[in-house]
Design a binder for this molecule. Structure first.
Ligand SMILES: Nc1ncnc2c1ncn2[C@@H]1O[C@H](COP(=O)(O)OP(=O)(O)O)[C@@H](O)[C@H]1O
Ligand SMILES: [Mg+2]
Length: 231
């Protein structure tokens, strides 16, 4: 479903350059619950951003659900935005909710961007907020929610458009371990029930233990790729 082939990405900053990805290949099948693990600076965020069409690689191939995206010149940025909007959900370390919008509005916005009818937006948003355990909190703004609840809103926002894949970049890093584990359990239960594909990054062993497949990234290279239990 997602094929990453020999991806290279270098950041050039004046005199210095950093080779963030040095030839990463990865095949992700539908329904996987996969963790990209590695220390800070190993390239996790860069890899998720390339897979998620937030950033483009310098070289190598990427195909998502049959759409081929080859480096910066493969698909126009407009097409990248379309692929991202329709097929990919993101969950970030720092939640990234819009502070002036309620929980409901933060989630509904993902569907407004897709141009869906008002009644469908209402139905799907209400359903997914219930699914993530936030029934009754729809009208709260992020400041009136705990960190764990904010991350639940972010998970709902990622899921509401029924994406092909959810990419979660260190989704538990700003949560205490108990709340982080609850978020992981939530993602896992959705993976098992609905079959949504999840790829998350982490450097926390507890989080890695939840993965069905664990890819270890080190200095921009995958050093191991291990299936721990079949999906
Ligand atoms: N925008 C950027 N400009 C320059 N260097 C960057 C940038 N983003 C990341 N890097 C560097 O690329 C390497 C990989 O970073 P990153 O993908 O953020 O790793 P991780 O998410 O595993 O911490 C690091 O050495 C980091 O400093
Ligand atoms: Mg990172």
């Amino acid at each position: 479903m997602i094929n990453v082939t020999d991806i290279h990405k270098e950041y050039i900053d004046g005199e210095t350059s950093v080779r963030a990805l040095r030839g990463v290949s990865l095949h992700i099948a539908k329904g996987e619950f996969l963790s990209i693990a590695g220390p800070s600076g190993s390239g996790k965020t860069t890899l998720l951003n390339v897979i998620g069409c937030i950033d483009t690689a310098d070289s190598g191939g990427l195909s998502i659900d049959g759409d081929r995206i080859n480096g910066a010149h493969g698909v126009s940025s407009r097409a990248l935005i379309e692929i991202r909007r329709a097929k990919i959900g993101f969950v970030f370390q720092s939640f990234n909710l819009i502070p002036v919008l309620t929980a409901y509005e933060n989630v509904a916005m993902a569907l407004s961007l897709l141009g869906l009818a008002e009644s469908e937006i209402r139905e799907r948003t209400t359903k997914i907020l219930t699914e993530v355990g936030l029934a009754g909190m729809e009208d709260r703004r992020p400041a009136k929610l705990s960190g764990g609840q904010q991350q639940r809103v972010a998970v709902a926002r990622a899921l509401v458009k029924d994406p092909l894949i959810v990419l979660a970049d260190e989704p538990t890093a700003n949560l205490d371990s108990e709340t982080g584990e609850a978020i992981l359990k939530l993602m896992k239960s959705i993976n098992q029930r609905i079959g949504t594909t999840f790829v998350f990054s982490t450097h926390d062993q507890m989080v890695m233990d939840y993965a069905d497949r664990l890819c270890r990234l080190h200095d921009g290279l995958i050093e191991s790729d291990e299936v721990r239990r079949s999906a």
